[in-house]
Ligand binder design. Structure first.
Ligand SMILES: CC(C)(COP(=O)(O)OP(=O)(O)OC[C@H]1O[C@@H](n2cnc3c(N)ncnc32)[C@H](O)[C@@H]1OP(=O)(O)O)[C@@H](O)C(=O)NCCC(=O)NCCS
Length: 208
């Protein structure tokens, strides 16, 4: 490649983060047919409260239902602190049709030496079973593998929460087995199902 072309390409790529940490610091906006997935803003607090105060949404996740809008504001502040510190974090899923934040998706952990991240998500109950989580996860996996160049993406879900497993299966993730009493959640030891997808499997899937 000529020096000029290399320079033009570097200039064109100027806006794209180059390191995993840059993606944590400046999560890119992801667009899907029905969603815009973007960093959380304080003005989203009311929307977040609407779904995150629902005990059914919080039932199998590690956070407790938000009791007041102040809990949602403090959740958004903690996400923003994570962006500033380049730490794994979540973004909000905004429904294009209404402009409301109706869920979240993001990294629950990241191990740099093995380029492995864990993903988690939740959506407002009135919107369940319309394929929104599947749509969000597909876009998120594209970010993980195509842009961030991760090697492995993992997810776990409570064995009593099979809907989450359906989402992971739809996106090509592979079940690896049950990890017994891996989580202490809401006063109980819980078994979780572990899922993963490797970069080579993602590439094969894309070529199909
Ligand atoms: C899990 C969750 C994110 C799924 O979101 P969603 O937008 O409804 O997901 P999708 O519509 O893309 O897919 C849901 C799938 O689960 C299936 N499903 C729903 N309830 C189910 C149940 N009780 N048992 C088995 N499958 C179920 C649906 O039929 C669908 O599968 P299908 O497309 O093969 O029919 C949503 O239920 C949620 O936010 N739950 C609370 C938070 C949570 O548990 N997050 C996951 C933590 S690991």
């Amino acid at each position: 490649m000529s020096e000029m072309r290399r320079l033009l390409r570097a200039l064109a790529e100027g806006d794209e983060p180059s390191e995993v940490w840059d993606y944590f610091a400046r999560p890119p906006v992801l667009e899907t047919p029905r969603l815009i997935i973007r960093p959380a803003k304080m003005r989203d607090a009311e929307d977040v409260f609407r779904y995150a105060s629902d005990p059914e949404v919080a039932r199998y996740v590690l956070w407790t239902p938000h009791r007041t809008p102040a809990d949602s504001r403090s959740f958004i502040r903690s996400l923003q602190r994570q962006y500033r510190a380049s730490q794994p974090s979540s973004c909000l899923c905004v429904l294009r049709e209404t402009g409301a934040a109706v869920g979240s998706i993001g990294f629950t952990s990241y191990q740099h030496d093995i380029l492995t991240a864990e993903v988690g998500y939740s959506f407002a109950r009135p919107l369940w079973n319309r394929g929104l989580a599947t749509e969000a996860l597909a876009a998120f996996l594209e970010l993980c593998f195509d842009r961030m160049r991760l090697h492995r993406v993992e997810a776990v879900h409570d064995t009593d929460n099979p809907a989450s497993g359906r989402v992971l299966a739809h996106c090509g993730m592979k079940p690896e087995g049950v990890i017994r009493q891996r989580v202490f959640n809401k006063g109980q030891w819980r078994d979780v199902q572990l899922w993963s997808l490797l970069s080579e499997e993602y590439e094969t899937m894309r070529r199909r």
